[in-house]
Design a protein around this ligand. Structure first.
Ligand SMILES: Nc1ncnc2c1ncn2[C@@H]1O[C@H](COP(=O)(O)OP(=O)(O)OP(=O)(O)O)[C@@H](O)[C@H]1O
Length: 492
């Protein structure tokens, strides 16, 4: 890709960007939230047409004006926003728009199912081709998405944060699969904010900042600090360093959960969070962590158990009760649950606090604008202004809006489910700082995370869940290494 430029409404998003990909190479594309990574890839896949610049494949200049042109050039992308249809089966999703149609145009079920079976076996994924997508966990959606791209016989495969919803084991399966693909001569562009992955599987890295090339380098010739520095554009404090915090465990807990059970996934969970405390929740995917949060917050119904806020028992039957009781939940699948994408940044942010922003019968617009502006600044959200349609923001910046929205509601208890998926390294540390600041102000925080460095950086105490039960409770001080926590999680 040579000198690719792209603007939206006069705002330059890509400024003469160059990018090259060798046969059988895994090339990391990195940069902060809103740096232009997805937009660059969308010009390669025909979602957007570049304003200027050229694309060459196998030395030949090609014109990619739409997604069909991209497919004709064997380019396939796994989008951050899943492109699957939840109500269809895995096989139907994979072969829906494809060759497995009979002459009448109907989907040839049997052939599709067989092909899907083969593909999933190759991926070593335990999904039945006949499973309906919405019945599967988010991790399996991603696997289906990857299988779909691979089924298109891609020569150039673009993966946008493919591991963000995968467990450690699934990620390893993905990495060994990537290795197999490399050996077959398939070239992969790998977008990720996770440093460990880049150093593990990529051959080269290209970093963008504010729509411009910063560097392209062989992975073996570049160090972690240099990568971070190029992304952030400045030296950064040590990321993910744990700071011991002081708070008292003698006072009334802000949140107390007693013998909570819900369905098959949450079984007799009890814990307390004291004012100023950050409680981390570790566990494998499927261990019931998100379900526990959802049942505390009244999204999933509770079979038994009590929730006390500041010592008082609360009836929480739905999220409205939860918000009234001083709780806030930032869910894992934010794009589905957390935002109204066709509304503006401002509207999304003020949604939970509309009643507080009333002036007579109307909304106090200037107060709302002021608040939204403040939050955009505080969280360093990259947007032209607060009136921009949320769907037009980059993925990572959308995540920050969900966080902003709940910060605005000033809850006593903040529950965060995978708070830093998709956000860049700079923003990750910013989020950790914001969470610490909230705790310092006496809030109680519950953080669910699969990223152990993040969990270890942020938590004062960690509980481990396994098959719906709380199997361990550890003081952060007692955990010496990431491996120790890993053992605590997997030792069942
Ligand atoms: N259709 C559009 N209209 C207006 N602005 C857009 C559009 N698409 C992208 N942008 C803007 O372009 C910039 C780059 O976005 P892009 O999605 O490419 O970032 P990214 O590097 O992929 O970020 P992230 O890591 O957060 O996914 C952002 O500021 C975004 O708001």
């Amino acid at each position: 890709m040579e000198n690719i430029s792209k603007s939206f409404n006069g705002i330059t998003v890509l400024d003469s960007v160059n990018f090259s990909l060798n046969k059988g190479e895994v090339h990391a594309l990195m940069g902060g939230n809103g740096a232009g990574k997805s937009t660059l890839m969308k010009t390669l896949t025909g979602v957007y047409e570049a304003d200027s610049g050229e694309i060459h494949i196998d030395g030949k200049k090609v014109s990619i004006k739409n997604m069909q042109d991209a497919r004709d050039n064997y380019i396939s992308m796994i989008f951050q926003e899943f492109s699957l249809i939840p109500t269809l089966t895995v096989a139907e999703n994979i072969f829906l728009t494809r060759e497995s149609r009979s002459s009448l145009g109907f989907l040839n079920d049997k052939e599709g199912v067989e092909k899907t079976k083969g593909l999933l076996q190759e991926l070593e994924v335990d999904i039945d081709p006949n499973d309906v997508v919405e019945s599967l966990g988010v991790g399996y959606w991603q696997m289906t998405e990857i299988a779909k791209a691979l089924s298109q016989e891609a020569k150039i495969l673009i993966m946008d944060e493919p591991s963000s919803s995968l467990t450690k084991k699934e990620t390893e399966v993905l990495f060994s699969f990537i290795d197999k693909l490399k050996r077959r001569g398939i070239s992969i562009i790998y977008i990720s904010h996770r440093m460990d992955e880049i150093f593990k599987i990529c051959d080269r890295v290209t970093i963008l900042r504010d729509g411009k090339n910063v560097v392209t380098e062989k992975i073996k010739d570049i160090g972690l600090d240099t990568v971070i520095q190029h992304i952030v554009g400045a030296e950064m404090d040590k990321a993910f360093e744990w700071k011991e915090r002081s708070y008292s465990m003698d006072s009334t807990p802000v949140l107390e959960v007693k013998n909570l059970s819900s369905g098959t996934k949450v079984n007799d969970i009890s814990f307390k969070i004291f004012p100023g405390e950050i409680l981390g929740v570790a566990g494998l995917m499927g261990s019931g962590r998100s379900e526990m949060a959802r049942s505390i917050f009244g999204i999933d119904s509770r079979d038994s158990g009590k929730v006390l806020v500041n010592g008082e028992e609360r009836t929480i039957k739905n999220p409205i009760d939860a918000v009234k009781s001083g709780l806030a939940l930032i869910p894992e699948d934010r794009r589905m649950q957390g935002l109204i994408l066709e509304h503006s940044v401002k509207d999304n942010m003020i949604l939970p606090i509309l009643s507080k922003l009333k002036k007579g019968l109307f909304l106090d617009e200037s107060k709302a604008d002021e608040l939204a502006d403040q939050l955009v600044k505080k969280l360093n959200i990259k947007t032209d202004n607060i009136f921009k349609t949320t769907s037009l923001l980059s993925g990572g910046n959308q995540q920050k809006i969900v966080l902003a929205k709940w910060l605005a509601s000033d809850p006593d208890v903040l529950i965060l489910d995978e708070p830093t998926i998709g956000v860049d390294i700079g923003a990750k540390t910013e989020i950790i700082d914001i969470v610490r600041e909230l705790a310092d102000n006496g809030k109680a925080i519950l953080v669910i995370s699969s990223e152990l460095p993040e969990l270890l950086a942020i938590s004062d105490r960690v509980i481990v869940m396994h098959e719906g039960e709380m199997v361990k409770e550890l003081k952060r001080k007692e955990i010496n290494t990431e491996e120790e926590l890993q053992h605590a999680i997997q030792g069942y």
